[in-house]
Each structure stands twice: as structure tokens, then as C-alpha cells.
Design a protein around this ligand. Structure first.
Ligand code: NAD
Ligand code: MG
Length: 361
């Protein structure tokens, strides 16, 4: 029986983009014995890196011309133009087009040629993990889906690709473009990026407005979030409940659902509806086309939130958070620093600039 990756063994794969996903996919596919060319703009930021890592690198149009499967791993918002300019006119008849996120196909931003396969392989992890797990002989679970099956083998092609990047060593979950796109957008908006950041900043504001020190508020509502998230990641609610005190558990039971109440869930449903009915995609593509005015304004407000100032100052005093921080050469300095720490109860946010990391000589 043919193993899935054999299906691509005679294929040339063009990976467009060499960022988080593109680099990991290209390296894993190559190490799986497949023929990979990387497609990038010659003046783009990652051309040098891909060529120094031993890849054939070509402009997107040329890479596409030679390929039997094209993996579109550029940022989502540049994909429609890339498709029109470089892919559509150059893609071989019967080739396959592969995405790692369903946005552009599902919301009709790309209308693919009818003679090609259109598939998705979406690793459930960042590119660095897709690569490091592969190197350990393991893999990151992947979603896979077929939007268009012109060859009659679209699904096998998707699975062969997932095999090539190591995903099949872990788990492949069948989905469709609609489910992947809508759940991905909902997760990042309501819970992961939008939800958590609002929960944290509102908690910080509540404590500081009540007169508590911002340094202490930062530790309570942002820094310690990592401990809880790690417990979720390792073992879900069960593990969190095993590791926090009875007081913390009781507080969770009586207060959690008062803060995040039925009104929050009702508004989560509104957010989901706007994703499902295309309102979010329409607004976001218009915002992008207009040069991101609202996006920039919101981003600036986040960057200027008081929690960011105090956070930068405190993180500068936590050297384990800075793997690239210079080593302290003189151990005497370390002692002096430790003494300074234990004698300082509160570091006012304005007293320590983030660039003053570690120690002043
Ligand atoms: P990225 O921003 O890390 O990398 C983008 C790459 O595309 C860079 O090499 C950049 O130079 C290149 N690029 C930009 N514009 C280009 C153009 N016009 N022509 C050619 N190359 C161009 O992107 P990413 O985070 O790897 O995302 C790629 C895809 O993977 C997206 O569809 C994204 O939704 C999906 N995805 C990402 C993750 C993740 O963890 N980052 C996870 C799952 C799926
Ligand atoms: Mg926010």
C-alpha cells in the first residue's frame, strides 16, 4: 500500500512564505525527502534566510510554475493579491493549492481555478513547535480539509502533506474550511487574544483604581496568569483545581461566573454570529484596504495602557524572562543586585526604564 507521503514523492512543492509556518513546513517537508522550492519576494525580509538554509528560492510566480502543490503560507491578508498575480496565471493544470487557514477561501477572498485541488493543513501550534517536534521524531496535530477536489485525490494529497510536516505522527483531524475558519476566529477574538487581554486589563484597572500598587496588581492579574494557563494546558480544569488552594477554588466557584456571566456568553454568541455571517471578514478586509486606521488606534491604546509600563519595568527585573540578556560578569554585582531586590518592596513604574534591564554598571 502506498504510504501517504509517497503520493507527493514525485511532486515539486512550492512553499510561499518563510515565516512562522512556512519555514517549519519547508524544513520538515525537505527532511521527509520531498522536493521543496521556497517562493518569496526577492527584496522581502526572509529571502536570505531561506537561501542560507539551503533552499532553492524563487520569486512566487516562478516557484508556482514549477510546482505540483503550492502551499500558501504568507500572511492571510496578502494572499488574495498573491493568488491573482503569481498563482492563478502560473499554476499547472491539476495542481493542488494548500492553505494553513481557511479564511480567504471560506470568505470568498480567493476564488480558485476550477481545475485545481484546494486543501488545508492547519497545524494546531506555532511554526517553531511544528519544527521542534518534527526534529524530535514527533509531530504537532493538524486539521485537514478539502474545499475543492478536482483530481479525485485531494484528501490524500492533504494527508500526504500533513504526513510530510510530521502532523500525521501525532493526529490528523478532519474538518472543513468553514469550521476551521469560524472556530479559529472565534477563539482568538472571544477568548485567547480579545477575551483574555480585556479580562487582564479590567482586573488591573479594578485593583489600581481601588488604590493598590500597580506592581502588585500586575503580578496578580497578568504575571500569574501563566501558572494557571500552564495547568490548563497540561491537564485542563482538573489539574488547575488540583494545584490551587481551597480558598482559590472556593473564590473561583462563587465569583468566576459573576464576572464572566450569562451576558458575556450572549455577547460571545453575537461575536460568533458576526463571524458566521461574514460581517467580521467584510469589516476586516475593508479596514485592511483603508490602511488599518482603527487597527492602529486600538493597538496604540493597548501599547500605552498603564499595565504595559509597569509590566516592562517588572519584567526587566526578572532575568529568567530574558534569555538574550547579557550575563552578569562580576558575581559581586549579582550580590548587590540581590540585596537591592530584598530591600525594595515596591519598584515604582517610573523608577525603572525597561532598557535598564538587569544591572547598571
Ligand atoms: P508570517 O507572518 O510568520 O510569515 C509570512 C511570510 O510570508 C514571510 O516569510 C514573509 O516575508 C512572506 N511574505 C509576505 N508577503 C509576501 C508576498 N506578497 N509574497 C511572498 N511572500 C510574502 O506568517 P505565518 O504566521 O506563518 O502565517 C502563514 C499562514 O499560516 C497564514 O495563513 C496563517 O493564518 C497560518 N497559520 C499560522 C499559524 C501560526 O502559528 N503563526 C498557525 C496556524 C496557521
Ligand atoms: Mg484587547
Amino acid at each position: 500500500m502506498m504510504s501517504p507521503s509517497n503520493l507527493l514523492s514525485k511532486s515539486r512543492i512550492a512553499v510561499l512564505g518563510y515565516g512562522s509556518q512556512g519555514r517549519a513546513h519547508a524544513l520538515n517537508l525537505r527532511d521527509s525527502g520531498l522536493d521543496v522550492v521556497v517562493g518569496l519576494r526577492r527584496d522581502g525580509p526572509t529571502w536570505k534566510r531561506a537561501s542560507s538554509e539551503g533552499f532553492k528560492v524563487a520569486e512566487p510566480a516562478a516557484a508556482v510554475k514549477s510546482a505540483d502543490l503550492v502551499a500558501v503560507l504568507t500572511p492571510d491578508m496578502v494572499q488574495p493579491e498573491l493568488y491573482k498575480d503569481a498563482i492563478e496565471p502560473n499554476l499547472k493544470p491539476g495542481a493542488a493549492l494548500l492553505f494553513a487557514h481557511g479564511f480567504n477561501i471560506h470568505f470568498g477572498q480567493i476564488k480558485p481555478r476550477v481545475d485545481i485541488d484546494v486543501v488545508m493543513v492547519a497545524p494546531k501550534g506555532p511554526g517553531a513547535l511544528v519544527r521542534s517536534e518534527y526534529e524530535r521524531g514527533r509531530g504537532v496535530p493538524c486539521l485537514y480539509a478539502v474545499a475543492q477536489d478536482a483530481s479525485g485525490h485531494a484528501q490524500e494529497r492533504a494527508k500526504a502533506y500533513a504526513d510530510g510536516i510530521g502532523g500525521a505522527r501525532a493526529m490528523l483531524i478532519a474538518t472543513d474550511f468553514k469550521e476551521e475558519t469560524e472556530t479559529d476566529l472565534f477563539g482568538e477574538q472571544a477568548v485567547l487574544c480579545g477575551g483574555v487581554s480585556e479580562l487582564v486589563t479590567k482586573g488591573f484597572e479594578t485593583l489600581t483604581e481601588a488604590g493598590y500598587q500597580p506592581e502588585i496588581a500586575y503580578y496578580e492579574v497578568m504575571h500569574e496568569l501563566k501558572l494557571i494557563v500552564d495547568l490548563f494546558y497540561e491537564g485542563g480544569l482538573t489539574r488547575m483545581l488540583q494545584f490551587v488552594s481551597e480558598t482559590a477554588q472556593y473564590g473561583d466557584f462563587v465569583s468566576g461566573a459573576r464576572v464572566v456571566d450569562a451576558g458575556v456568553k450572549a455577547r460571545m454568541k453575537d461575536v460568533l454570529s458576526e463571524i458566521q455571517n461574514g460581517t467580521f471578514a467584510k469589516n476586516w478586509t475593508a479596514e485592511y484596504a483603508a490602511g488599518l486606521p482603527n487597527y492602529q488606534r486600538h493597538k496604540q491604546a493597548d501599547l500605552e495602557h498603564p499595565i504595559e509600563r509597569v509590566g516592562a519595568a517588572l519584567r526587566a527585573r526578572m532575568p529568567w524572562l530574558q534569555p538574550d540578556a547579557p550575563k552578569i560578569a562580576n558575581p559581586m554585582h549579582r550580590t548587590a543586585l540581590a540585596r537591592q531586590f530584598t530591600s525594595t518592596h515596591s519598584i515604582p513604574a517610573h523608577a525603572v526604564a525597561p532598557e535598564e534591564a538587569l544591572i547598571r554598571n
